[in-house]
Write a protein that binds this ligand. Structure first.
Ligand code: KIV
Ligand code: ZN
Length: 513
């Protein structure tokens, strides 16, 4: 059987970023983009350049840095968006403009307030306009999963005639069911007269937990591009998980007549990086990248695996990037060893950054004798204090003992001034947050607090995620430390610092064309 190429289109930096609290800075996007390139994804959707100056800059930076993957920018079907995307992608080795308009009756009537004829006109105009900048134009029929099939055929035919080389069929609201979604793709390929002039793609959301199943059904019916994200990050319940799609196709070559060019050994490093940057922990039982994905607990399973791995393993942990030799460095390791290991982990840094990481590494190695890859990644991701940080932790004293209300005393540096505060709370973490608030009075609401052991053992670092909201804006903060109260305060201050940076961004799918 000859294998077709399945194009892996990663949208972690765009749709993934639309998860509440997952917004990323330019530097964070760059770090992830470098690793996605190493993972060998075909297309990196780097953002929505018209959303804000920050998004524009991030897409431009990714476009300049990435050479081995196509770099794509999303646009609504309007000329100014497309011009902005073209500008951001100007320096890309292989740019793609991705333009979309909704095609379901419910979206056309209530969101766009357009007739179907107007939607077709906008789609044609947008694709033609984008073709002035590049041959690589993708058109998406938003909410295709709920669009009327005859109309969908007409829009797609028109978009291909106008010059779209990729046609994306999004199940925007995660409504599709595998058998039906697969049949939709087969019908479109059969009924759209010029379907052979474009690659058909799918983009599935996970509202019913079917995003991967729907995407794979589409592949079996002729789709040759899948849009997906690392760790299934994405709007609401997320997108199809890249790691699950890639490994399903690879593991079941008897079923799927396609192959990807992904270097699967980069999957786990990518997953960790995305989790660290966004503050979205990976659930332990998540397929492929969860901490338990390859852990055999029951005696029967362990016995089977020891006798013959294939008894209970359909994939090998090392093939997706779980490293067998996890101990990397200790307190006697030098700067060069650290540098080499960071490079192996795909971390990019300049010499000033390496100095800072090295200092923090030494500090950590003093407290914790074995420093694992996971620790290094947390160290890198943990917001190294930045010039622009408004709030910095100077000292924390916490008193917690049986029968006594926990109390925290804290010193913060705010705009170069030392400020002190103290508070009691229901536990040491609560008291510490109250102590911070006694100084900053931020007016935020704590939406999420979670602690994750980075590695095992009581000397492991705790990695804390704090999600705060204020006036409709949601941010995540991350902190890691062998002391979880300190990690918690670091995460809280990280989130507060993020809130001090203005974020004015439009959402691609919240208004019409
Ligand atoms: O879910 C969706 O429809 C999208 C499109 C913009 C591709 O994200
Ligand atoms: Zn989407």
């Amino acid at each position: 059987m000859t294998q077709d190429r399945l194009i892996i289109f990663d949208t972690t930096l765009r749709d993934g970023e639309q998860s509440p609290g997952a917004s990323m800075t330019r530097e964070e996007k760059l770090r992830i983009a470098h690793l996605l390139e190493k993972l060998r994804v075909d297309v990196i959707e780097a953002g929505f350049p018209a959303a804000s100056p920050g998004d524009f800059e991030a897409v431009r930076a990714v476009a300049r840095a990435v050479k081995d993957s196509r770099v794509c920018g999303l646009t609504r079907a309007r000329a100014p968006d497309i011009d902005r995307a073209a500008e951001a992608l100007k320096d890309a080795a292989a740019p793609r403009i991705h333009t979309f308009i909704a095609t379901s009756s419910i979206h056309m009537q209530h969101k766009l307030r357009m007739t179907p004829e107007q939607v077709i006109e906008h789609a044609i105009a947008a694709v033609r306009h984008a073709r002035n900048y590049t041959d690589d134009v993708e058109f998406s029929a938003e909410d295709a999963g709920r669009s009327e099939i005859d109309f969908l055929c007409r829009v797609i035919e028109a978009a291909i005639d106008a010059g779209a080389r990729t046609i994306n069929i999004p199940d925007t609201v995660g409504y599709a069911i595998p058998q039906q979604f697969g049949a939709t793709i087969a019908t479109l390929l059969e009924r759209v007269p010029n379907s052979d002039k474009a690659v058909f793609s799918v983009h599935c959301h996970n509202d019913l937990g079917l995003a991967v199943a729907n995407s794979l059904a589409a592949v079996l019916n002729g789709a040759r591009q899948v849009e997906c994200t690392i760790n299934a990050l994405g709007e609401r319940a997320g997108n199809a998980s890249l790691e699950e799609i890639v490994m399903a196709v690879r593991t079941r070559q008897d079923i799927f007549p396609v192959e990807t060019r992904i270097d699967a050994t980069q999957i786990v490093p990518c997953s960790r990086l995305v989790s660290n940057v966004t503050g979205f922990p990976v659930q332990p039982n998540k397929a492929i990248v969860g901490a338990n994905a390859f852990a055999h607990e029951s005696g029967i399973h362990q016995d089977g695996v020891l006798k013959h791995r294939d008894t209970y393993e359909i994939m090998r942990a090392e093939d997706v990037g779980w490293s067998a030799n996890r101990i990397v460095l200790g307190k006697h390791s030098g700067r060069n060893a650290l540098r080499t290991r960071l490079l192996e982990l795909g971390v990019e840094f300049d010499s000033a950054q390496l100095d800072d990481i090295f200092l923090r590494f030494k500090d950590l190695a003093d407290k914790k004798h074995e420093v694992f890859d996971e620790d290094l990644q947390a160290l890198v991701s943990e917001a190294a204090p930045e010039e622009s940080d408004r709030y910095r932790l100077r000292s924390l004293h916490v008193c917690s003992e049986t029968g006594v209300t926990p109390r925290a005393e804290i010193q913060l540096e705010i705009d170069d001034q030392l400020r002190s505060g103290a508070a009691e709370g229901s536990g040491p973490v609560d008291a510490s947050f109250q102590a911070v608030e006694s100084i900053v009075n931020s007016g935020t609401e704590l939406l999420l607090y979670s602690v994750n052991n980075i590695t095992s053992g009581t000397d492991a670092q705790g990695e804390v995620t704090v999600r705060l909201s204020r006036a409709g804006r949601i941010v995540n903060g991350l902190g890691a430390d062998t002391d979880i109260v300190i990690a918690s305060v670091k995460a809280y201050l990280h989130a507060l610092n993020r809130l001090t940076v203005p974020a004015e961004r439009a959402h691609p799918q919240h208004d019409g064309v």
